[in-house]
Design a binder for this molecule. Structure first.
Ligand code: MLT
Ligand code: MN
Ligand code: ZN
Length: 301
């Protein structure tokens, strides 16, 4: 394998941009075609090595729209799909909701850790994925697997928490286990990562991604207290299991020193000021980092 293509299907975090019940400055702008800020769908990444067969990382509730707006993912025969597999990185609704959309007896492989499979199995609605067509493969931390012919990836635990709808009381934050994973891609001497949810950046994780050619990283909030200050919510980023971009412990400062070739923020919340031109987006761009957007394509060759 010499080339990997990455296609951001959805750059926004859970809720999308605009979020149905939000009229914050970003959401209002995303509803105004003259604002220059286009609506963005919920968190998902497509990956291919040959341009014909695709693996989808996270099944966004917007997957139907994402397929519609991505010609590479359109059926090429009467009943067919270029989507060969779906890999789940955590069990939040923005990453599993789309499984209910792809239920029309189309064969594909579904890769998830046993902790995430347990969540799917605990919700009988996911039985709509007929096992005669959808083959499950349990993936193990720190092990390689192949979601596409010619593509080897490895998953690893990143700090996170259980899915929001599974929280009982105060969840353990910064849990490192099978509930939140990162994905490592290696091909032709290049190394890339997909880490859409990450609560902190411990030294081992910084060392792991140091020198990578490409990293898609959790860009949920710019500031830890951004939702509280904007009056859109009571939770901090930390409580949501997402490290913020700004601040001395933020991802911008920490990732800047890791000699990463290309860094793209994804899973960006609708309240995040980096969606629009301003000092926050300028700070991200000054570090050489990119703000992800739907349809963004990156090829590593
Ligand atoms: C998150 O990433 O924090 C979740 O997607 C929240 C949610 O499920 O709405
Ligand atoms: Mn999410
Ligand atoms: Zn909003």
């Amino acid at each position: 394998m010499s080339k990997i293509r990455f296609l951001v299907l959805g750059a926004a975090a859970g809720g999308g941009l605009p979020q149905w019940n939000c009229n914050c400055a970003n959401c209002a702008a995303a509803r105004d075609p003259s604002s220059g800020l286009s609506p963005q769908t919920q968190s998902s990444l497509a990956v291919s090595v040959d341009g014909d067969n695709w693996a989808i990382f996270n099944a966004s509730p917007d997957i139907r729209q994402q397929i519609q707006q991505t010609p590479q993912l359109h059926p090429k025969a009467l009943r067919q799909s270029p989507i060969r597999s779906i890999v789940i990185t955590n069990a939040d609704v923005d990453h599993i909701g789309g499984l209910l959309t792809v239920r029309e007896k189309q064969p594909f492989k579904l890769f998830a850790t046993s902790a995430i499979e347990k969540v799917l199995d605990g919700n009988p609605i996911f039985r709509v994925l007929d096992p005669d067509h959808v083959t499950r493969q349990t993936i193990r931390l720190d092990s390689d697997f192949s979601p596409l012919e010619g593509l080897q990836v490895r998953i690893f635990a990143v700090p996170g928490k259980v899915a929001l709808f599974l929280e009982e009381g105060e969840p353990e934050l910064g849990l490192e286990g099978e509930q939140t994973i990162g994905v490592e891609f290696t091909a032709g001497g290049k190394r890339a990562y997909y880490i859409p949810g990450c609560a902190t950046l411990p030294d081992w994780l910084a060392e792991r991604i140091r020198g990578a050619d490409l990293v898609f990283f959790d860009g949920t909030l710019f500031a830890n207290d951004e939702m509280v200050k904007a009056g859109t919510g009571a939770k901090t980023g930390q409580r949501m299991g997402h490290m913020s971009i700004d601040g001395p412990d933020g991802s911008l400062a920490q990732l800047s020193s890791l000699n990463i070739g290309r860094l793209v923020y994804v899973h960006i919340n609708n309240t995040n000021p980096i969606w629009r031109n301003g000092p926050e987006r300028a700070a991200v761009e000054a570090a050489g980092f990119a703000v992800g957007c739907d349809g963004m394509e990156i090829e590593l060759a």
